[in-house]
Ligand binder design. Sequence first.
Ligand SMILES: Cc1cc2nc3c(=O)[nH]c(=O)nc-3n(C[C@H](O)[C@H](O)[C@H](O)COP(=O)(O)OP(=O)(O)OC[C@H]3O[C@@H](n4cnc5c(N)ncnc54)[C@H](O)[C@@H]3O)c2cc1C
Length: 404
Amino acid sequence: MAEFSLGLNEDQLQIQKWVHDFAGNVMRPAAHEWDEREETPWPIIEEAARIGLYSFDFVAQAFLDPTGLTMVLVNEEMSWGDAGIALAIFGSTLAVAGIFANGTPEQHAEWIPQCFGTPDEIKLAAFGVSEPDAGSDVSSLKTRAVYDQAKDEWVLNGTKTWITNGGIANTHVIVASVEPGLGSRGHASFVIPEGTPGISQGQKFKKMGIRASHTAEVVLDDCRVPGRCLLGGREKLDDRLARAREGKHTSTQAAMATFEASRPSVGAQAVGIARAAYEYALDYAKERTQFKRKIIENQAIAFKLADMKLRTDAARLLCWRAAWMAAHHEKFEAGEGSQSKLFAGETAVWVTEQAIQILGGYGYIREFPVERWHRDAKIYTIFEGTSEIQRLVIARAISGLHIN
Ligand SMILES: Cc1cc2nc3c(=O)[nH]c(=O)nc-3n(C[C@H](O)[C@H](O)[C@H](O)COP(=O)(O)OP(=O)(O)OC[C@H]3O[C@@H](n4cnc5c(N)ncnc54)[C@H](O)[C@@H]3O)c2cc1C
């Protein structure tokens, strides 16, 4: 086990600076435009691919850092640049996490590089679990996958909603029910490769924040994929279903495994937004004069900034801890992944609101970035498990009881 240290090593510092420079020089100047346009910022994704930031190699390198910290560092810097553009660039990694958590080594090798493509031929990926009637309650999802033995194909039918990169992705990873009677224990994940007939984009949603990120419905209409697209393989699925039918304990369910692995990185995105707002408000408070003194000279403002800094740093430490534990295969005994995402998400909402307050009227208008940061921050109490669901996970973990 690597020795515990809060000091970043040379590689991490270098990557952090590299991503920070991209975030500051390329993402920040483009943030307002793409928020207003509410479109996928292709030129920025292309630039990220060109420098190797959006690439299989870079994400694999970051993911394999034995301390676990590189992915959270990268996510914080990217969202410090702009959370919407960051999600447009790194939305594919949720599908990657889905393949990684549920697939075999052969499936990792085959499908994960396809989620990124190359700088000349950029590919995107999407991960679809949520449905109109199954958000927090994943167990009630209705999308069905039925096996056609004669053709060795799975046939998927259903509608997914609010899917990041949904319909514009080349590869979709879809969670579907193969045995509805078993609830979430009867779920499985499927790769829908590029060009598969029967998958299409439904409605594209207009949103409050992270508007550079594409969010849409995904419709599956007799969508047929080869048997090898079942993540984890047939044998493992049959074994898991047999155990579930007997009422025995089964390994973590498909969607949950994906979310648990990605929570510290999602939390780090919220930390990036909080840090951006804190830094901006601090600079502003040192400049703005009212009543013949800088507004920061009022305790009411200075204490706000002290709390903003405090909570942002505390959120970061929770993300680092969860990422470190995951990398060291330490079991989350108290929902540490959920703790990190919960605290970071609520911190980002709170810090960005304080930043608006510190900027006063300037905080409320679109020429200044803080109102955008507040709109962007709010999603972090909703997606990848709402704040209530994170509290449920933590409460169940610490009590050992099935809290409702
Ligand atoms: C911009 C955006 C991007 C998204 N990207 C993706 C994606 O890429 N892939 C994907 O699969 N999904 C995605 N989602 C969906 C997201 O994960 C869901 O919106 C989220 O899980 C909440 O589900 P819901 O909206 O149905 O809310 P509901 O589950 O209906 O919850 C409504 C409210 O009830 C509360 N609640 C529900 N159950 C309980 C309970 N047991 N105890 C206490 N409170 C409870 C919730 O916390 C919430 O406050 C995205 C959503 C958005 C908005």
